[in-house]
Write a protein that binds this ligand. Structure first.
Ligand SMILES: [Zn+2]
Length: 134
């Protein structure tokens, strides 16, 4: 048990070391919904690698960071802001945005038009398929 906790803390330390680079990339905005002026935290997009990789991390607001876990309880309107993330230059942001929107698609009639013209690189599609649930 204690060992697991230690490991968790070590992981957090490693992630925090990436924080500065991530903050620069995110420009103090949530990398999914674009929110600014809110607390942002590091979120690893699964499948999580052995060593933390900034390309698999996102700087997210609390709502986006809760992402898939809280989908059913979330305000659906929050996810309307994911349109820009679908076209993000950060593949991790595309991956997470697509996962969330595809999961909600059956319940929200505004989502299909957002996804209709989306073009994803094959590597991004492959990443999405590797861990469909966040
Ligand atoms: Zn957000």
């Amino acid at each position: 048990m204690a060992k697991g906790l230690e490991k968790h803390q070590e992981r957090l330390n490693q992630l925090n070391m990436l924080g500065r680079d991530l903050a620069r990339r995110a420009r103090s905005r949530c990398e999914l919904c674009g929110a600014s002026g809110t607390a942002l935290s590091i979120h690893e997009v699964p499948p999580v690698p052995t060593e933390p990789d900034p390309d698999q991390c996102l700087f997210l607001c609390a709502t986006c960071s809760g992402g898939m876990e809280k989908l059913s309880r979330s305000d659906f309107n929050h996810w309307r802001n994911l349109g820009d993330a679908l076209w993000s230059e950060t593949p991790a942001a595309q991956v997470m945005a697509v996962r969330i929107l595809r999961a909600l698609e059956p319940q929200c009639d505004w989502i299909p038009p957002m996804l209709e013209h989306l073009y994803l690189e094959p590597e991004v599609e492959e990443w999405i398929a590797r861990a469909p649930v966040n």
